[in-house]
Write a protein of this length. Structure first.
Length: 120
C-alpha cells in the first residue's frame, strides 16, 4: 500500500502544508505526519476528504504509487449509486461513533477489562 507516500506526494504537489491539510481534515498536524509516516491511518471520513481534495480515485490513492504518475480521476457515479454510497458512509460513521462511545464506557466503567483488551 502507498497511502502515506501518496498523501505526502499529493499534499506537496498541491503546495498544501501539513497544518493546512490537518485543518481541512479536522485533525492535528501531528496526525497528518503520522498518516504520511504510516504510523496511523485516517478514519473513513479522512480517506474520502483527501481523495476528493486530491481528485484521485480511492483505489489509486491506496494501492498505486502516485508519485510515479498514473492517478485517475474519481469515477463518475449515478445519483442512485451516490445515494447508496452516502447511506453506507453514514451508517459506517454512526457505527464508528457507537464503537467509540462503547470504548469510552469500558475505559470508564471497567478499566481492567479495557487494559486487557488493549483499549487505551
Amino acid at each position: 500500500m502507498y497511502l502515506g507516500l501518496n498523501i505526502k506526494h499529493l499534499r506537496r504537489s498541491k503546495k498544501i502544508s501539513q497544518a493546512d491539510l490537518a485543518d481541512q481534515l479536522g485533525v492535528g498536524r501531528n496526525m497528518v505526519s503520522a498518516y504520511e509516516n504510516e504510523t496511523s491511518s485516517p478514519r473513513l471520513e479522512g480517506f474520502l476528504k483527501m481523495a476528493e481534495l486530491f481528485e484521485v480515485d480511492l483505489d489509486d490513492f491506496v494501492y498505486k504509487d502516485l508519485s510515479k504518475g498514473g492517478a485517475t480521476k474519481p469515477v463518475e457515479r449515478s445519483k442512485t449509486e451516490e445515494q447508496t454510497v452516502d447511506n453506507l458512509l453514514n451508517l459506517l460513521v454512526r457505527i464508528e461513533k457507537q464503537y467509540r462511545t462503547l470504548e469510552d464506557r469500558i475505559k470508564t466503567e471497567k478499566p481492567d477489562l479495557a487494559k486487557k483488551w488493549g483499549i487505551s
